[in-house]
Design a protein around this ligand. Structure first.
Ligand code: ATP
Ligand code: MG
Length: 584
């Protein structure tokens, strides 16, 4: 393709509303434009990147024996009522009515539609397994659409579904997808890790997320140095190894703590370590308020609470709820005399003589023994894992790192087949429910995650498999007949060699061309200029390493192939052998 005839509106400055680097660079490189909150237009180059990602996804899905289909984005509300998700999915589900007052939603995921399809067609175990996928726009009315393609409202997803006759088959389907995902993210040239994950609003028995490792990721991953264990911190189990504290505790007494709302302020005022303070958090769980106690230096894990209470939703209670229950401003809640269920983290059993909020303004209690002075509804694992904790599998050292969730696979079990009665007759003629799995990849988020992981101060550094072009050929002097003729000849040669090449033939200064080439992140740059040609060479630059070299014009095909292999090699080395974690 020729730059002069492409629509590649690059920008010199970062748009002010772009918060993360992938968003800034996608805008600056002329790959996307924002239509409105969470809705993006993929410009030609951005679309090319998405198609490259989708191409690899498609190849690996087909290789795993899944077949592509395409379902409507608009879905009838009745199906969602069958599974109960019409009520439970929350505001992310965009609902509307047609001219006949029938209810619909825009598909955030397609379990209901595909289960409806399969239950209507499959009667016998002989027709199973059914393994299907699609690549399509999804819509989720996210509370906080942000970070560009990372968290859009409309975004591109590959979603796959499996229906099996028995659990051995279902496990095989799951493993096929786990392995396919491992190959997809390896082939895309990304550093990633598969981790155990929470099942969220999709539900089911267990799941794995695929995380692109990047400091800017929204997720935190815990992994063990000793064994294969890796999990999203939302999910990572904390094993409490201590013993219940038997020490005596002096009688509880109220102390004045004027203006001390936070753990830190209380710790300073009472000269006590944060670990001797109990943090009381009030959360609203499916509309009901509960209290959660964790040590002052810990964080409550709302996902663990939600799972403990088998709830759909858990979020921090608003100030009005806190003030109503504690008769005090936020910051003075405590478990003593509180009229809601109190769940305490296991670890608190290991101590006594705690400081807790007094449910009164500007006051705390000290010398608190939780068993003696408070009513604890249940003790449970309710806090997020930290590097001080040990691996729940082997006791090894735990490390935390950041990641971006690009894929998520779920063993759904009978959740949808039961609700929607997707049944078949087994060998003996007995009716059984199908065992399902579902498997998603955020195709558009992959593009953003690849950039979060691979960029420098000059722009994007695309891994070759998803770059919009493999090579950019800079014609430094299009007005010079000789340079022009050479550039055209090299362009023709590269195309003959099947190289996906962009010829920068614009009538622009060399500086502009160099800057744009770096910004677009094309892995290989070739520079055709008068000086080089006089010496019989074109200059080459590896965008990733910045290494420059020279290719002979005379032996260009040979030199180019050798250089291309070296560039690919550099990428593979950087990706490293242990990028993906264990096989399932
Ligand atoms: P998140 O926790 O990031 O909100 P999720 O767990 O709700 O995502 P899934 O239901 O597992 O997402 O969807 C499958 C995949 O779709 C995710 O792994 C992610 O890559 C992608 N995805 C989900 N929500 C978005 C979004 N708002 N924008 C872009 N991609 C998304
Ligand atoms: Mg997910």
């Amino acid at each position: 393709m020729r730059f002069s005839s492409c629509y590649i509106p690059t920008l010199k400055e970062s748009p002010a509303d772009a918060e993360v680097i992938s968003h800034k660079l996608l805008l600056r490189a002329g790959m996307v434009r924002r239509l409105t909150s969470g809705l993006y237009i993929y410009l030609p180059l951005g679309l090319k990147v998405m198609e490259k990602i989708a191409g690899i996804v498609r190849e690996e899905m087909n290789a795993a024996g899944f077949q592509e289909l395409l379902m409507p984005m608009v879905q009838p509300g009745d199906l969602w009522k069958e599974t109960g998700r019409w009520e439970h999915y929350g505001k992310e589900l965009l609902r509307f009515k047609d001219r006949n007052e029938r209810e619909y939603c825009l598909g955030p995921t397609h379990e209901e539609v595909i289960t409806d399809l399969v239950r209507g067609e499959v009667r016998s175990y002989r027709q199973l397994p059914v393994r299907l996928y699609q690549i399509q726009s999804k819509f989720r009315d996210e509370i906080r659409p942000r970070f560009g393609l990372m968290r859009g409202r409309e975004f591109m997803m590959k979603d796959a579904y499996s229906f099996d006759a028995d659990s051995a088959g279902a496990e095989q389907s799951y493993k096929l997808m786990y392995d396919a995902y491992t190959r997809i993210f390896s082939r895309l040239g990304l550093r990633f890790r598969a981790v155990e994950a929470d099942t969220g609003s999709i539900g089911g028995n267990f799941s794995h997320e695929f995380m692109v490792l990047a400091d800017t990721g929204e997720d935190t991953i815990a992994f063990c140095h000793n064994c294969d264990y890796a999990a999203n911190v939302e999910r990572a189990e904390v094993t409490w190894q201590g013993e219940a504290c038997a020490a005596a505790c002096p009688p509880c007494e109220k102390v004045a703590t004027p203006g001390a709302h936070s753990v830190e302020e209380v710790a300073n005022m009472l000269h006590a370590p944060a670990a001797s303070i109990v943090k009381t958090m009030l959360l609203t769980v499916d509309g009901k308020t509960v209290a959660v106690l964790v040590r002052g230096d810990r964080e409550v894990n709302a996902v663990k609470l939600k799972n403990l209470l088998k709830a759909q939703d858990a979020e921090l209670a608003g100030a009005a709820v806190v003030e109503g229950l504690t008769h005090a401003p936020v910051g003075f809640a405590g478990p003593i005399g509180l009229s809601v269920p109190v769940y305490a983290d296991f670890e608190l059993q290991g101590g006594t003589d705690y400081i807790v909020g007094a449910n009164a303004a500007d006051a705390h209690f000290r010398h608190v023994d939780l068993r003696r002075d408070a009513t604890i509804t249940a003790w449970a694992d309710l806090r997020a894992i930290t590097p001080e904790d040990v691996c729940p599998r082997c006791g090894g050292r735990i490390e935390l790192t950041r990641g971006i969730e690009v894929g998520h696979i779920f063993m759904l079990g009978l959740k949808y087949s039961e609700a929607m009665h997707a049944a078949f007759l087994d060998e003996t003629g007995k009716e059984k429910l199908m065992i399902m799995g579902c498997y998603g990849i955020g195709v558009s988020r992959v593009a953003a995650a690849a950039i979060e992981q691979n960029h420098d101060q000059n722009g994007i550094v695309f891994p070759p498999p998803l770059a919009p072009f493999t090579c950019i050929l800079l014609n430094l002097d299009p007005r010079n007949a000789e340079v022009n003729a050479r550039a055209e000849a090299i362009y023709a040669l590269l195309r003959e060699m099947d190289v996906d090449v962009l010829l920068d033939d614009r009538d622009e200064r060399p500086g502009v061309k160099f800057k744009d080439a770096d910004l677009l992140g094309v892995p290989m740059q070739l520079v055709v200029g008068g000086k080089g040609l006089a010496r019989g060479i074109v200059e080459c630059k590896d965008r990733r390493s910045g290494e420059k070299g020279e290719l002979s014009v005379e032996n260009l095909a040979r030199d180019f192939s050798a250089w291309a292999a070296a560039v690919r090699n550099g990428w593979e080395k950087q990706q490293g052998p242990e990028r993906s974690g264990p096989a399932l």
